[in-house]
Design a protein around this ligand. Structure first.
Ligand code: PLP
Length: 397
């Protein structure tokens, strides 16, 4: 039986490779942090993790994880509603709701699940989902699992969003769904304007804070803080796998009845295992760290400003960023790959992106800054960029 499929898969894999799209895993042998070791024995400075607050190897989180294992065991061996809820899960849900100033929270194994299980329990055929064109794959998949009518607007384009809202006026409920920060450009969704339109056209607002929580806003509390939209956003989803410690886990937080309904009907919550106590315990400690001081967020913002300023001064073309993502524009696919490879030879780990991940002719190297980066790390990266940039003739000066 397998013979025919094996042949098909071999050919398909060959064509992925021929198109230069074959994904290789890189093997890291150290904890995730600014200065990582890989399996060839060399060290690299890491500029492509979502470790925005530098918490992935934080000793307080590691201790809290160990403690939670001692007091609450290793695994839950159950979904939440049968026998998979501990006091820690309830505490974390409350803590996340307090952080985002919402009514209640529901935890998931991942934000992919939070988004996958969000729309179907709330919306049906007579409703509308109005989605930003650059939304994350998990929002797209969540929308696909739901029978609501779909509308798509150009990235952060408020005129186009308004057009969709007008077209969707005959539907029972309308919901606008957007990422908080878009991962390829590092731009922020204009939540104040989105909320204005939502009010004008009687729609709910959902935002995925995966790349924005811990990053945007005066103290890093996300888009509601940045745009002072508290009370105007109905649903937030997010991950514990980026700023918030980097382990894994996701959540939906928002209006009381919405969260209550998700506990009744959301399939990834009902049919998938409960988060392990060590992750829940460490996440509680993670919010303690964030609630104690804004020092990590401030450091992240200082690092972003420093990197952006030095790179721009050196003649690089960088998209204006509103987050911890800096897109170093190269426009040429091959150049983005060659340059990323040369950077790695210089000890700097960055990733080049090109079509279809970004639009045609918009190839780039995406740099992700972290509070885990020290000035010396940033200087080394900038120095390597300038050296390689000069070699490859991409500097404007
Ligand atoms: C990373 C990401 C996710 C997925 O989060 P996981 O917890 O890793 O599943 C979902 N949405 C957005 C916008 C993301 O950037």
């Amino acid at each position: 039986m397998y013979g025919k499929m094996k042949q098909f898969l071999t050919e398909e894999l060959g064509s992925i490779e021929a198109a230069g799209l074959f994904k290789q895993e890189r093997i890291i042998t150290s904890p995730q942090k600014a200065d990582i070791q890989i399996n060839t024995g060399t060290n690299l400075l890491n500029f492509c993790a979502n470790n925005y607050l530098g918490l992935s190897d934080n000793p307080r989180l590691i201790d809290a994880a160990k403690q939670a294992m001692d007091t609450h065991g290793y695994g839950m061996s159950s979904v939440r509603f049968i026998c998979g809820t501990q006091d820690l899960h309830k505490q974390l849900e409350k803590t996340i709701a307090d952080y985002f100033k919402t009514d209640d929270t529901i935890l998931y194994a991942a934000c992919f699940d939070a988004n996958g299980g969000l729309f179907e329990p709330l919306l049906g055929e007579q409703d509308a989902i109005i989605s930003d064109a650059l939304n994350h794959a998990s929002i797209i998949d969540g929308v696909r699992l739901c029978k609501a009518k779909r509308y798509r607007y150009a990235n952060a384009d408020m005129a186009d969003l308004e057009r969709c809202l007008q077209e969707a006026q005959s539907q029972r409920f309308r919901i606008i769904a957007t990422d908080g920060v878009f991962s390829m450009d590092g731009n922020v969704a204009p939540m104040d304007k989105i909320c204005d339109l939502a009010e004008k056209y009687d729609a709910l607002v959902m935002v995925d804070e995966s790349h924005s929580a811990g990053v945007v806003g005066k103290t890093g509390r996300g888009v509601a803080e940045l745009f002072d939209c508290y009370g105007r956003i109905d649903i937030f989803t997010g991950t514990l796998g980026k700023s918030f410690g980097g382990a894994m886990g996701g959540f939906t937080t928002g209006r009381k009845e919405i969260i209550e309904m998700l506990r009744q009907r959301s399939r990834p919550y009902l049919f998938s295992n409960s988060l392990a106590p060590m992750i829940v315990g460490a996440s509680l400690e993670m919010f303690n760290i964030l609630n104690e001081s804004d020092i990590l967020h401030d450091k992240l913002m200082t690092n972003v400003a420093y990197f952006y300023e030095k790179m721009t001064a050196a003649g690089f073309d960088i998209k204006p960023t509103q987050s911890a993502i800096c897109a170093v524009m190269l426009y040429d696919a091959k150049l983005s790959q060659d340059m990323a490879a040369r950077m790695q030879e210089e000890g700097i780990y960055v990733t080049g992106f090109y079509y279809p991940v970004v639009p045609q002719g918009q190839a780039r190297i995406r740099v992700q800054l972290s509070a885990g980066h020290e000035r010396v790390h940033l200087d080394k990266a900038i120095e390597a960029f300038i050296k390689v940039g000069q070699e490859m003739g991409v500097l404007k000066n």
